[in-house]
Design a protein around this ligand. Structure first.
Ligand code: ATP
Ligand code: MG
Length: 198
C-alpha cells in the first residue's frame, strides 16, 4: 500500500502523521518506509535526530524526488507500506499523488484552512482515492464544531479517526514515538481500505 500525505497548507502534521503511521505499521509487525519528498527534509531530520539517541526509528526514511516516486508508481513491494511525506506544491506533489494508492489530506480544525484542504483533496481525487484527516483538533471549541459542520455540509470524505491537539505529539519530534495514540485507529482504517483495494 502506497500512501501520500499531502496538503498545500503548511504545518498541518504531514510529517508527524508520516512518522506515526509508519511507527504503527512496524509495531504491528509490518514493513514501512517513509519517502521524504518535501525539500524541507523534516522527516529525514526527524530520523537523523532519533538516530543520535539509543532509541532510533524502527523504519527507514529515504529522500525522494520525482524519479524515486515515478519508480514507486511503476511498481511497489506489495508487503511494504510506502508513506510519502509530500511537498506543498509542484510536480513532485503531482507525482506523489499519482504514485499513491490512497492520499491522506491532514487539516486542522480551522474553517479558514479548509479551502486549501478541499482544493488538495479535489486535485488528488482526480487520480487517486483520498480522504481528509482532522488533526490538532480541539473538540470543545467553536472552530472544531464549525469545521465538522462544514465537512458534513460538503459531504467531505474523511477518516472517522480525529487526532487531537496534544503535547505528546508535539514533544515527540525527533524521537521514536511510543505512545502512538489515535494513529493506531487511523492505521486500522487504512488497513481496511487496503483490504478493500486488493
Ligand atoms: N496532534 C498534534 N498536537 C499538537 N501538535 C502537533 C500535533 N501534530 C503535529 N504537531 C506539531 O505541529 C507542528 C507542525 O507539524 P508537522 O511538522 O508534522 O507539520 P507539516 O504539515 O509536516 O509541516 P510543514 O508544512 O512544515 O511540512 C509541529 O510543531 C508538530 O510537532
Ligand atoms: Mg513536514
Amino acid at each position: 500500500m502506497r500512501i501520500a500525505i499531502a496538503n498545500s497548507k503548511g504545518g498541518v502534521a504531514k510529517t508527524t502523521s508520516s512518522i506515526y503511521i509508519a511507527s504503527v505499521i512496524v509495531s504491528r509487525g509490518g514493513r514501512a518506509v517513509v519517502y521524504d519528498a518535501d525539500p524541507q527534509s523534516s522527516a529525514s531530520l526527524w530520523a537523523a535526530a532519533a538516530e543520535q539517541t539509543a532509541d532510533p526509528l524502527t523504519f527507514d526514511v529515504l529522500p525522494a524526488n520525482q524519479a524515486t516516486l515515478r519508480q514507486l508508481a511503476a511498481g511497489a513491494d506489495p508487503d511494504e507500506w510506502a508513506i510519502i511525506d509530500a511537498p506543498p506544491q509542484g510536480p513532485t506533489l503531482d507525482m506523489a499523488i499519482k504514485a499513491a494508492d490512497f492520499v491522506i489530506v491532514p487539516a486542522s480544525d480551522s474553517p479558514m484552512d479548509l479551502q486549501q484542504a478541499w482544493s488538495t483533496l479535489d486535485m488528488a481525487r482526480m487520480s487517486t482515492p483520498a480522504a481528509l484527516l482532522l488533526v490538532k483538533a480541539e473538540r470543545n471549541t467553536k472552530a472544531f464544531r464549525d469545521t465538522m459542520d462544514a465537512l458534513n455540509a460538503m459531504d467531505t470524505p474523511r477518516f472517522d479517526t480525529i487526532v487531537p491537539k496534544a503535547q505528546s505529539y508535539k514533544r515527540s519530534l525527533g524521537t521514536n514515538p511510543h505512545q502512538l495514540g489515535e494513529y493506531r485507529d487511523l492505521v486500522t482504517e487504512l488497513q481496511q481500505i487496503a483490504g478493500k483495494q486488493e
